[in-house]
Design a protein around this ligand. Structure first.
Ligand code: ACO
Ligand code: PYR
Length: 539
């Protein structure tokens, strides 16, 4: 058999992409979703084209109950996805029809219910504190009851893989019971997330001999949730569960976008509606905004760095053909290639970055000169990979295309503590803009804020657009760790004009000097991109 051609399994005729961001994703530490957050996320998930959106556990808390009620009242409608309510099998000793939590599932009006059932004998005996037979009866009773009430049912077999190892026959009996009761998919859960891909593959293959439609739900405690999910699919699972951005209890769940992108782009399967995968990056980032959990730059497929190239050797080959250093075309998932400029850059990085910013750096000597400058500046502490705006100013300086808007003559900052303990900071800036000299004082809650106020006031008369500029992030890093307060520092400042954001860098032995450099560069870059004409030559 040839190993050069990849093994591509055939796509099953029926396959479910099941999202649990709003339920298991919300079990992540620090994540709290309001009803309105859930509605926004559900709409984004529908745009991504997942088949099922698990909205939460109605009846377990007022928020989730209200979310299902809001959907029942028409707060959002889905073009593609089917709403699913999560819950558990009925309580020990109750009839499903009499269990208030089962009633909440019925009353959720969700067309599909996903029930968590115990499948590990020890969990039945020690956590549920009941018999193995009663657990099977709980599954049968709850599934048949909900089916009779007109809801479709999936069953999540909690701790299935550990349970299979502890008591294979019982774990398989749970699968058989759920399927016979009418579950459309029986989902095998690696609840503790301790499995590895070959183990998942072997166990799913054994479970598949029962003939029931199987699903997979993996946690990421071994860092293998996505690989485990793909292994389960290879072994016969036709339903994959996961969350966007891999949110979830402890180390999270399988990242659903990675799973789907792998199956679509590596196996060539069609899982999402045509073209929807191109929404993946936008949706992952929009959901991160709603959860207020910054998306990982290193997330496969959709991360900011997923197609960012830093090394000179990579860039030189990418100039010939981007595919030489990329596993897919980033546009397939709505992402983009980015070229990073740093001390690891060669001429090719600089040329490609220049092209990205709209400058022709095809001249080899010019590109080499700029590369040398970047390396020297990076050695002195500057960083350009996260300060594109300062890199553009460096390019413009070298190309003699840097407009002169003002000349700063001097600046001074005073901070004092008054007798009542209040801190006052005042900055004075003296500069010339379009031939006019000004001396302006600004006050702020700290030295950088006061300098920003003074600079803004000094420029405002001449360049009114500066009132739109707002400093939105300020980061300081000590560069030579061995030194104490006399160390060199690097300051990164992010500024916005309300439409776009840009980052500039300053370096110095004095934190205020470094901040001043980054601040003035931020204003110059902002003025250039606002299309403001500079000072007339000779002023
Ligand atoms: C693997 C997973 O992530 S499954 C999803 C887990 N998610 C959550 O737990 C979040 C939502 N949960 C909740 O709000 C609450 O736990 C509730 C409302 C469901 C239950 O709350 P309480 O009635 O106060 O019970 P509590 O949380 O202390 O314990 C859970 C009970 O459910 C029982 N239980 C656990 N799994 C199951 C199951 N699959 N089927 C039936 N009962 C179960 C437990 O044995 C325990 O019973 P007990 O009250 O007789 O001791
Ligand atoms: C059901 C579920 O979330 C789990 O077993 O991990």
């Amino acid at each position: 058999m040839s190993v050069t051609a990849p093994r591509i399994p055939a796509q099953p005729p029926v396959f479910h992409v099941y999202d649990t961001t709003l339920r298991d994703g919300a079990q992540q530490e620090g994540l709290r979703l309001s009803v309105s957050d859930k509605l926004q996320i559900a709409t984004l998930l529908d745009e991504l084209g997942v088949d099922y959106i698990e909205g939460g556990w109605p009846g377990a808390n007022p928020n989730d109950t209200a979310f299902f009620a809001a959907l029942a009242d028409g707060a959002a409608t889905f073009k593609h996805a089917t709403l699913t309510a999560f819950g558990a099998t009925r309580r020990v000793g109750l009839r499903a029809a009499d269990d208030p939590l089962t009633a909440a599932l019925r009353e959720s009006h969700a067309p599909v219910v996903c029930l968590v059932a115990k499948s590990h004998d020890q969990h039945v005996e020690r956590a549920l504190r009941t018999t193995l037979a009663e657990n099977l009866a709980m599954i049968t009773d709850t599934v048949t009851h909900l089916r009779a009430e007109g809801q479709r049912v999936f069953v999540d077999c909690e701790h299935f893989f550990d349970g299979f190892r502890a008591n294979r026959d019982y774990a398989l009996e749970v699968v058989r019971t759920a399927a016979e009761a009418g579950a459309e998919a029986v989902v095998l859960c690696d609840t503790n997330g301790g499995m590895l891909p070959p183990w998942i593959g072997e166990i799913v293959a054994e479970a598949a001999t029962l003939g029931a439609p199987l699903g997979i739900h993996c946690h990421n405690d071994t860092g293998c949730a996505v690989a485990n999910t793909v292994a389960a699919v290879d072994a016969g699972a036709i339903h994959v569960q996961g969350t966007v951005n891999g949110y979830g209890e402890r180390t999270g769940n399988a990242d659903l976008i990675s799973v789907v992108a792998n199956l679509e782009l590596k196996y060539g399967w069609h899982l999402l509606p045509t073209g929807a995968l191109r929404e993946a990056t936008r949706v992952a980032h929009a959901i991160a905004e709603v959860t207020n959990m910054p998306a990982s730059g290193r997330a496969p497929y959709v991360g900011l760095s997923s197609f960012a190239h830093k090394a000179g050797l990579h860039a030189s080959a990418i100039k010939v053909d981007p595919n030489l250093y990329q596993h897919i075309d980033p546009h397939l998932v709505g992402n983009d290639m980015r070229m990073l400029v740093s001390d690891m850059a060669g001429r090719a990085n600089i040329q490609l970055k220049g092209e990205e910013l709209g400058f022709d750096l095809s001249d080899r000597d010019l590109a080499a000169r700029i590369t040398d400058q970047v390396k020297a500046a990076e050695a002195a502490g500057y960083t350009y990979e996260s300060a594109d705006a300062s890199f553009e100013l460096l390019l413009r300086r070298e190309l003699d295309q840097l407009p002169s808007y003002f000349t700063a003559e001097s600046w001074r900052v005073l901070t004092q503590q008054a007798a009542d303990g209040e801190m006052d900071t005042e900055a004075t800036v003296r500069l010339t803009a379009r031939g006019e000299s000004t001396r302006v004082v600004g006050e702020g809650n700290g030295p950088v804020n006061a300098l920003d106020m003074a600079l803004r006031r000094a420029l405002h008369e001449t360049y009114a657009v500066v009132e739109k500029f707002e400093l939105i992030d300020y980061r300081v890093r000590i560069l030579d760790q061995g030194h104490g307060t006399d160390a060199t520092v690097r300051v990164l400042i992010e500024t916005t004009d309300g439409l776009r954001a840009w980052t500039t860098v300053g370096v110095g032995e004095n934190i205020i000097e470094a901040s001043w450099e980054a601040l003035t560069e931020a204003y110059v870059y902002g003025l250039i991109h606002a299309g403001v004409s500079p000072e007339p030559v000779g002023v």
